[in-house]
Write a protein that binds this ligand. Structure first.
Ligand code: FES
Length: 132
């Protein structure tokens, strides 16, 4: 049910893992499937720039691929730029060819970015109510 592009990307995942001395961690759960996504960020605290991003998840192929693409995109962005990434952006990074019933998995990528940055800044984070 996945596109070849998504499966190729899945085989070449680059950013899975953990940053031991992460400056920010964002953890979100998927209300639909119960899977968890954890995003680790290394941040240049003076320039407010993301130096490195890695993730861990128990999620599915769509969750892993969307998170991997999101991590790739995050490196070099300022925190404000990272907060502007939408779920739609994540889908377009993936080539959009993901099955409809898997869109909720890619939402976790956006949410984990927001959770990590808001927690880092000491702001409250409340997951959005997503409609599909
Ligand atoms: Fe749980 Fe995709 S089914 S993250």
């Amino acid at each position: 049910m996945y596109s070849d592009e998504t499966l190729e990307r899945f085989k070449a995942v680059k950013n899975m893992g953990k940053i031991a001395d992460a400056d920010a961690i964002g953890e979100v759960g998927n209300v639909y499937c119960g899977d968890i996504m954890r995003l680790y960020l290394k941040i240049d605290k003076v320039k407010d720039i993301i130096l490195d991003a890695k993730f861990k998840t128990f999620g599915c192929v769509a969750a892993i691929v969307s998170m991997d693409m999101a991590c790739e995109k995050l490196k070099g962005l300022t925190l404000d730029e990272a907060l502007k990434i939408t779920n739609r952006d994540v889908l377009s990074l993936m080539g959009a060819n993901i099955p409809k019933q898997k869109i909720h998995c890619s939402v976790m990528a956006q949410e984990s970015i927001e959770a990590a940055i808001k927690t880092y800044r000491g702001e409250p984070f409340t997951p959005h109510d997503h409609h599909h």
